[in-house]
Design a protein. Structure first.
Length: 145
């Protein structure tokens, strides 16, 4: 009997989700061989900016992380256009974050027969883009209700 109520709840939630238009798209790149600390400065520079300006910023940045973030941003924009039919001119970077992936441990020989451990770090980069015009329309509709 408990399952019947649960399935009704989930069905209703699914119907509500289908009614609301999709205004954001995301892309993630995992297991990139760069330290997350090095990528975070690049990611912080494009957060909250229009996609065109973010692309220009990444194009002219000399950092290795900029090329990796640009690839993820391109993918997020492509997802927005192809999967959700959002307008590329109204897109802006809603969220960007870098998480730490697994670390590869390597041995670094030192003097007197000792050894240190080197951690070769990996990063997971996520970029979320949103259509500002559609999200503004949603807010207007929710306020009028």
């Amino acid at each position: 009997m408990a399952h019947a109520k649960r399935s009704v709840f989930h069905r209703e939630r699914k119907e509500r989700m289908a009614e609301t238009p999709v205004t954001e798209a995301r892309a993630t790149a995992k297991y990139l061989r760069i330290s997350p600390k090095k990528v975070r400065s690049v990611v912080n520079s494009i957060r909250g900016v229009k996609v065109d300006r973010a692309m220009d910023t990444l194009d002219f940045s000399p950092k290795k992380g900029a090329a990796l973030v640009k690839k993820v941003l391109d993918s997020a924009v492509a997802n927005a256009i192809n999967n959700f039919e959002l307008d590329a001119d109204n897109l802006y970077v809603k969220e960007t974050y870098v998480n730490e992936g697994p670390r590869m441990k390597r041995v670094w020989p030192r003097g007197r027969g000792r050894a240190d451990i080197l951690y070769k770090r990996m990063a997971h980069i996520t970029v979320v883009v949103e259509d500002r015009s559609k999200s503004a329309e949603e807010k207007d509709e929710s306020e009028t209700r």
